[in-house]
Design a binder for this molecule. Sequence first.
Ligand SMILES: C[S@@+](CC[C@H](N)C(=O)[O-])C[C@H]1O[C@@H](n2cnc3c(N)ncnc32)[C@H](O)[C@@H]1O
Length: 246
Amino acid sequence: MFDDVAPKYDVVNDVLSMGQTRRWRKVVVEAMDVKAGQRVLDLAAGTGTSSEPYADAGIDVIACDFSLGMLKVGKRRRPDIDFIAGDATRLPFADNTFDASTISFGLRNVNEPKKALAEMLRVTKPGGKLVIAEFSQPVVPLWRTMYTEYLMRALPAIAVKVSSNPDAYVYLAESIRAWPDQDHLAAWLQEAGWDNVTYRNLSGGIVAVHRAVKPGAESDPAAGAKALAAHTGPVARLRRNTRPAR
Ligand SMILES: C[S@@+](CC[C@H](N)C(=O)[O-])C[C@H]1O[C@@H](n2cnc3c(N)ncnc32)[C@H](O)[C@@H]1O
């Protein structure tokens, strides 16, 4: 399916999200808070749009995805980025390889998302970060109703006009509705072994950005405070999740 949508993937995204994806992506990069010289895994990177800001900042980013169609479009657009074919549930990297790992709008598409969370933990260095951007549940009931209408009715109708594979966008709407909410995903992260799990809602909860740290490194209180500050902007409501796994 991703091979089919690859050629127009980025344009269609911009149309269907009414330009919001750019803002969401900026928040992800801020939450990653990585520096030049560090090594980042961008998993389910698709055409590499989510990897570009790191490459532009001199960060050694690996864009990994299992769709050769998406990787080909990405490599054509950004030959300077390392695109690697790999399955999120069996990553082709050694333990403790990356300073930080991220996955944008991809975890929901992985057949066994809990395995992917465990794999990202394995390949991230102790003390390294994980940042996940994924569609989630709007928190205000009226907004949730309006958004559900958009997802189930308007989005498939618009996709017929702008996409080469409108069925993919019916799948998109259904997979978003079936995906766990913010707290539930935070509990999955804790279950997988990630520490300091927090999240913030964007666009009223249409998207949630989860952030976590791999345990095992000496704790650095200054780094913790800095990360917290990055999560307290005007669009952010930080929740420190301590709920047990459901
Ligand atoms: C919606 S795209 C997101 C692409 C990119 N991260 C972005 O933000 O534009 C989801 C991607 O997940 C990839 N994907 C789904 N399951 C995967 C798996 N098991 N391993 C690797 N990639 C996977 C698909 O091939 C697709 O490129």
